[in-house]
Design a protein around this ligand. Structure first.
Ligand SMILES: *Cc1c(COP(=O)(O)O)cnc(C)c1O
Length: 400
């Protein structure tokens, strides 16, 4: 069937909540994707920072196929081996102690917020605790996650949203301090803001928040859904900063394509928060998802993915900076590791650039306020960076 026919069919049956790029993706190999017409694309989006291992990793495919043949679902009323192993490996990778598996990022945030509220409730029995979140943050689309998302456009039609949430300015410690009071139960932020436009936290900011939280027994909740899982060259971005959250939310690359998320916490928080009956999920942590997470964490270790990211990301940053020098309308490069952004002048719309890139066989996405977002599979090599830069230059040159 022709691309246009697929598109028409999609638009007549699928709820129109996305303005999609005009392409029907069919299969992937390595860091390339192919559409139904056989056209090849270099993938610098990785399904929004999900496909960390690229496409077609044999070990990963074998693990999933093997698990399908054994058992895919049991419910959480019983133990299952793959999710036990996955939890153990996630704890080892993070140095945190208790995992709850979810099916998505937004659910990981919901769980993290519930754990923080329960922790505070268990201390004083009050139900009016406050959460401090950040402007320009993104934490998901379900109502609880939306309540802590600092983007009026996403929130407004769905207000009132649950809970008492106050928004501070990202990377402004004073703005956080001003909002803290005896009702504050958690400070929640992305270690590197993703959707908001690729803004890494400053070290003083994160360390300052950690200290503030420590002094007042407020929980530090870090959203590592996009920036975690090796993307910054560290398994979790906070490890680079020398801070440690009380609760962390993961998803996206956690299952490398199998829908799975998690919120992970310290033993101290676990003991004083969610108890049997407080939280649950039918699918979360089922054997299939568990097998994916377990294998992904094995492969990260065996293939030294974080070391590879550290090795390659300087080259990407350097190429992007060179592009910035060549094109006056590229205002800034920001990012850590393989989570990079190029902010463009408003005269050059990032959405249009990404659509033109697609025509050149390059998959790119956007973020925040006119930012091109680079979140490729973590297994890219220099040749792929070169190919991306060449294709991007072709597009950008049309704006000179
Ligand atoms: C994608 C994302 C989410 C939401 O994850 P979903 O799986 O889409 O629900 C939350 N926080 C951050 C930082 C994200 O990038």
């Amino acid at each position: 069937m022709e691309t246009n026919t697929w598109m028409e069919q999609a638009e007549s049956h699928i709820l129109h909540t996305y303005n999609r790029y005009p392409v029907v993706l069919d299969h992937g190999e390595g860091v390339y994707l192919y559409d139904t017409e056989g056209k090849k694309y270099l993938d610098f989006a990785a399904g929004i920072a999900v496909q960390a291992l690229g496409y077609g990793n044999q070990e990963y495919k074998d693990a999933l196929k093997g698990q399908i043949d054994k058992l895919t679902h049991t419910s959480n009323l019983y133990y299952n081996q793959p999710s036990i192993e996955a939890a153990e490996k996630l704890c080892a990778a993070s140095g945190l102690e208790r995992v709850f598996f979810t099916n998505s990022g937004t659910e990981a945030i919901e769980g993290a917020v519930k754990a923080a509220k329960k922790y505070a409730y268990a201390k004083d029995g009050a139900t009016d605790h406050e959460i401090i979140a950040m402007d320009h943050s993104f934490h998901g689309r379900s109502l609880g996650a939306l309540a802590v998302t600092g983007n009026a456009h996403y929130r407004e039609p769905f207000e009132p949203l649950p809970g008492i949430v106050k928004f501070a300015e990202y990377n402004n410690l004073e703005s956080v301090k001003r909002l803290v009071n005896e009702k504050t139960c958690a400070v929640l932020l992305e270690t590197v803001q993703g959707e908001g436009g690729i803004y890494p936290a400053k070290e003083e900011f994160l360390k300052g928040i950690q200290q503030l939280c420590g002094e007042k027994d407020i929980l530090l909740v870090l959203d590592e859904i996009q920036c975690g899982m090796g993307r910054t060259g560290h398994m979790f971005a906070w490890q680079k900063y020398g801070v440690k959250p009380d609760i962390m939310a993961c998803a996206k690359a956690l299952g490398c394509g199998v829908p799975v998320g998690a919120f992970v916490m310290t033993e101290k928080v676990a003991e004083a928060s969610l108890k049997p009956g407080d939280h649950g999920t039918t699918y979360g942590g089922n054997p299939f998802a568990g097998a994916a997470v377990s294998k992904v964490l094995d492969i990260f270790k065996e293939q030294k993915i974080t070391e590879h990211v550290q090795g390659i990301s300087g080259y990407l940053a350097q190429q992007l900076e060179q592009i910035q020098e060549e094109y006056g309308f590229v205002k800034e490069r920001r990012g850590i590791g393989l989570m990079q952004g190029l902010e463009l002048d408003p005269a050059v719309p990032a959405g249009e650039v990404s659509t033109k890139a697609l025509e050149q066989g390059l998959i790119l996405i956007t973020a925040g306020n006119n930012v091109l977002r680079f979140v490729p599979p973590l297994v890219i090599e220099k040749v792929h960076v070169d190919e991306m830069a060449e294709k991007l230059r072709k597009v950008l040159s049309s704006y000179l």
